[in-house]
Design a protein around this ligand. Structure first.
Ligand code: F6P
Length: 328
């Protein structure tokens, strides 16, 4: 661990926003000020770094934001930062302000950028996992997941009311990109009969068979929660397959979409964001570089950024067995 003292740090949010990002920004800013550091907010992720959209922050800049969804620093996906020339421009913009440490709050795409940047230039980067998808290794939790999954649960509970009233087959598609955590957690919590996620194989014939049996009994009331990146495509594609095999099925599809990304963060997300934000600054102060601050078994845990990106979290097959048993 190098121990060059940081004096001015930058903080940015990048990739898809996640509820709790504001709580993390607040923790970073206030911890930095506590240690006598200057803090700069970089607007719109790496785009603000390239375009020199960087503002000085103080304790008041982060007042009254812990409860707000979205991100006060805004977020974007920045093509220029993928190119070396873009990163050189970004480096000069930071250097010009004397910024000598960076906190990047985002998901795997954001970490890939941070890793490249800190390997190429003398500015250490610390990552905080901010994504509703929970698709980052090296942390049991990510900022935003708990809020997103609770939003999904609330919505699915409402869908179940109308589904039951009509004895319908409902397919609810949730977000997660190529990860199935939101589907798995929200599906179990709402008593879904079937949960389809990219991490495990789905026996589609078995699914059709059980639906057909229910249909014969005129009781095709069934909730399927599907992850958007599922093996059989999204919710509409799955509905098409079921319709082809069971034409009489009264099927509806609900795509929850971006409501899962918004809203006031849960207590859990505010806590982990505050905890991680504090340790991001502490990490820069002790000379850490190129690591993500995560939480494993309720303890702060550091993972090299490249490992956090490459090794996804795993979902055990036994969860699917549990889903089946509990829904029978
Ligand atoms: O990574 C967060 C996420 O919400 C994914 O779950 C989803 O696939 C994607 O972002 C949607 O991205 P966009 O907001 O660009 O449509």
């Amino acid at each position: 661990m190098a121990n060059k003292k940081v004096t001015k740090i930058g903080v940015l949010t990048s990739g898809g926003d996640a509820p709790g990002m504001n709580a993390a920004i607040r923790a970073v800013v206030r911890t930095a000020i506590y240690h006598g550091l200057e803090v700069f907010g970089i607007m719109r992720g790496y785009a603000g770094m390239v375009e020199n959209d960087i503002i000085e922050m103080n304790s008041r800049s982060v007042a009254n934001i812990i409860q707000r969804g979205g991100t006060i620093l805004k977020t974007a996906r920045c093509k220029e930062f993928y190119e070396y020339e873009g990163r050189v421009t970004a480096y000069h913009n930071l250097k010009e302000k004397g910024i000598d440490g960076l906190v990047v709050i985002g998901g795997d795409g954001s970490f890939k950028g941070a890793q490249k940047f800190s390997n190429e230039f003398d500015i250490p980067c610390i990552g905080l996992p901010g994504t509703i998808d929970k698709d980052i290794a090296g942390s049991d939790v990510t900022i935003g997941f708990d809020t997103a999954v609770n939003t999904a649960v609330e919505a699915i509970d409402k869908i179940r009311d109308t589904m039951d009233a009509h004895d319908r087959l409902f397919i609810v598609e949730v977000m997660g990109r190529d990860a199935g955590y939101i589907a798995l957690h929200s599906g179990i919590a709402t008593g879904a009969e079937n949960i389809l996620i990219p991490e495990t194989k789905t026996d589609i014939e078995d699914l059709i068979l059980s639906l057909t049996e229910k249909e014969k009994r005129k009781k095709l009331v069934n909730l399927i929660v599907v992850a958007e990146g599922g093996e059989f495509g999204d919710g509409n594609e799955l509905a098409k397959i079921i319709k082809e095999r069971i034409p009489s099925a009264d099927t509806r599809v609900c795509i929850l979409g971006h409501i899962q990304r918004g809203g006031s963060p849960t207590c859990e997300d505010r806590l982990i964001a505050s905890h991680m934000g504090y340790y991001a600054v502490e990490s820069l102060l002790v000379g850490r570089n190129n690591v993500m601050v995560g939480v494993v078994n309720n303890k702060i845990h550091y993972t090299p950024l490249d490992k956090a990106v490459k090794e996804k979290q795993k979902i055990g097959q036994e969860w699917m067995k549990i889903v089946k048993i509990l829904a029978s």
